[in-house]
Design a protein around this ligand. Structure first.
Ligand SMILES: C[S@@+](CC[C@H](N)C(=O)[O-])C[C@H]1O[C@@H](n2cnc3c(N)ncnc32)[C@H](O)[C@@H]1O
Length: 276
């Protein structure tokens, strides 16, 4: 199946959909809603929803522009699609969209669309402080329109909006979201910004204290079903190894989106996970 998310995300996790589906099935959790507290492109959640592996999904991201983007795709899909079809793919328009993205007075739809535009036209999909594909002089091999297949993107957004009644959107802080929904019958796939390189890629205020507090929140919810992914570093291992199951796994990234180093998947100890 094609990629369900219309976003390009550094380290996007749509490729984990099969593994997450297996984990849900092995642990008889397939009937539970699927939540992403740090959703970004929500690649895994959307793939499970569109494959009918999840009856409903919860998409949460604290970046207001990302939250606006999802709101616009779900609630204003026609207008969003029209704009995808007609917006110029030029450096001039890129500059305008970056202004809209940065301006505190932009409306919800405009800011959501601007974040989408930057995600599709920036190198590696990095929205915050990313530069346009091909550079400002458009001298590169690939130009600003290289990742903006209008027809395909309109179709993806339309498909998501058709599932709108089964998608719950929010823009809470991720840990607050986990506190809020983590004790109900919800399966959570938690993919926070990296411990080491996260601050370079996303708009976030996550520091080592935050990562530690998130570990505390999840420890208190170790009887709940969740899967957490992180960069494999000693700080994260120290936070989780004493009480959770931490195992390395590898993802195949495209060249542009490759992240250095390995990742770990962390689960509560009671949860059955397929052999690596
Ligand atoms: C690693 S990305 C998630 C990528 C996602 N799994 C995918 O496949 O597209 C992390 C996301 O967390 C969001 N984020 C950063 N700080 C946050 C916070 N405190 N609460 C909730 N979301 C946050 C960022 O905006 C970013 O979209």
């Amino acid at each position: 199946m094609r990629t369900a998310s219309p976003l390009r995300y550094p380290g996007g996790k749509a490729t984990l959909s099969g593994l997450l589906t297996d984990i849900r099935r092995m642990n008889c959790l397939g009937a539970m809603p699927f939540a992403e507290p740090f959703a970004g492109g929500a690649g895994a959640a959307l793939t499970l929803l569109l494959r009918e592996e999840a009856r409903s999904i919860l998409i949460n991201d604290a970046d207001p522009a990302i939250a606006d983007l999802w709101w616009s795709i779900v609630h204003c899909s026609e207008e969003f699609g029209d704009k995808i079809e007609t917006i110029p793919l030029t450096i001039e328009e890129w500059t305008t969209q970056r202004e809209v993205y940065r301006s505190p007075s932009s409306g919800r739809f405009d800011r959501g669309f601007a974040a989408f535009y930057l995600n599709r036209t920036n190198r590696s999909g990095v929205i915050v402080n990313g530069g346009p594909i091909g550079g400002h002089e458009q001298q590169g091999k690939w130009k600003i329109d290289a990742r903006f297949n209008r027809k395909d993107l309109v179709e993806r957004c339309k498909r998501i909006s058709e599932y709108g009644s089964r998608i719950a959107l929010s823009d809470d802080d991720g840990r607050t979201f986990v506190e809020r929904v983590g004790s109900s019958d919800v399966f959570m796939f938690i993919d926070p910004p990296y411990f080491e390189k996260g601050p370079l890629l996303y708009l976030n205020g996550i520091d080592s204290d935050y990562h530690g507090a998130l570990a505390g929140t999840l420890h208190r919810r170790e009887s709940q079903p969740w899967v957490l992914t992180y960069d494999d570093c000693s700080e994260i291992r120290a936070l989780y190894e004493p009480w959770a199951c931490v195992r390395p796994y590898s993802l195949r990234y495209s060249a542009a989106e490759r992240r250095d180093g390995k990742e770990v998947m962390i689960t509560p100890r009671w949860m059955t996970v397929p052999a690596a």
